[in-house]
Design a protein around this ligand. Structure first.
Ligand SMILES: NC(=O)c1ccc[n+]([C@@H]2O[C@H](COP(=O)([O-])OP(=O)(O)OC[C@H]3O[C@@H](n4cnc5c(N)ncnc54)[C@H](OP(=O)(O)O)[C@@H]3O)[C@@H](O)[C@H]2O)c1
Length: 247
């Protein structure tokens, strides 16, 4: 990562923050973008002081589609060039509420999928032309199977997983690597106060797994790794049994 220039989209997310610290420590120049102006500026200043590394920041909103075309030019204006992009954002939302309030369901779908797909469209076209670079998209284990407790969020992540998969094949021809990350439960703002969580990882563990997998050019990772086995079992349960389970 030393000497590389990376755009982190959704920089106020707990996972992104951990990644930013890790990358800056390794000597990566960063351009951080998030919707919370005060917080993203605070994170950037903290990183600049702590690691004496180049870091700039800007704002973005997943729903402001027009503005997404400015993401890459603004990152390049600050970084000089662009080696890679990490997108880590979305809203878990309240599944029960989303079942009766489609405005909420739509927000969950747009923040996790449509907004991210819009941003990645611009990023992909730039990197394809450049014929070099990487994209990391944070999906979720929730994308592996629809469950009553979170299928609105899970379906948006499922769409994102397919979008990234298709982009991976397209961009491989242009020397651009696309990695999909599927975290299990992580102790972040998103899951604060949620019940029923187990094998909870820290954002730092996820950031470490992302860095290691990226250096090995992995295509898809489960983070931590043991979710690969858990999700294999979950996906293997026949639908006739699965629909009777309380998941
Ligand atoms: N935590 C988990 O257990 C878990 C598990 C699997 C996957 N993930 C995924 O990991 C990624 C990072 O999440 P996290 O766990 O680190 O949670 P987090 O701290 O709550 O981060 C979510 C991020 O999404 C941003 N966001 C939400 N809606 C947005 C919008 N409309 N426009 C712009 N930004 C928006 C939030 O901005 P604000 O700071 O302004 O709110 C925040 O930066 C997400 O894609 C999440 O789905 C998390």
């Amino acid at each position: 990562m030393k000497g590389e220039s990376v755009l982190l989209i959704g920089a106020t997310s707990s996972i992104s923050r951990a990644l930013a610290h890790q990358m800056a420590q390794e000597g990566t120049a960063l351009h951080l973008v998030a919707r919370d102006r005060t917080e993203v500026e605070r994170i950037a200043q903290d990183i600049a002081i702590r690691y004496q590394s180049p870091v700039s920041w800007d704002t973005m909103d997943a729903f402001d589609y027009e503005a997404h075309q400015e993401l890459v030019p603004k990152a390049i204006a600050n970084l000089g060039h662009l080696d890679g992009v990490v997108v880590s954002l979305g809203e878990l939302g309240d599944q029960e509420q989303a079942q009766t309030d489609f405005n909420l369901a739509q927000r969950i779908i747009h923040s996790n999928y449509t907004g991210v797909a819009s941003m990645l469209t611009h990023v992909a076209n730039y990197l394809e032309e450049q014929k070099q670079g990487f994209i990391v998209g944070i999906s979720s284990v929730a994308s592996d199977r629809g469950r009553p407790s979170n299928y609105v969020y899970g379906s948006a992540k499922g769409a994102l997983t397919l979008f990234l998969q298709g982009m991976r094949s397209r961009l491989a021809k242009s020397n651009v690597h696309v990695m999909t990350v599927k975290p299990g439960f992580v102790d972040t703002k998103m899951t604060f106060g949620k019940s029923g969580m187990f094998l909870v990882a820290s954002p730092q563990q996820i950031a470490q797994a992302i860095s290691q997998a990226l250096s090995k050019k992995k295509n898809v990772i489960y983070a931590p790794w043991f979710w690969l086995g858990i999700m294999f079992i979950i996906r293997s349960i026949p639908e006739s049994i699965f629909k009777k389970l309380k998941l």
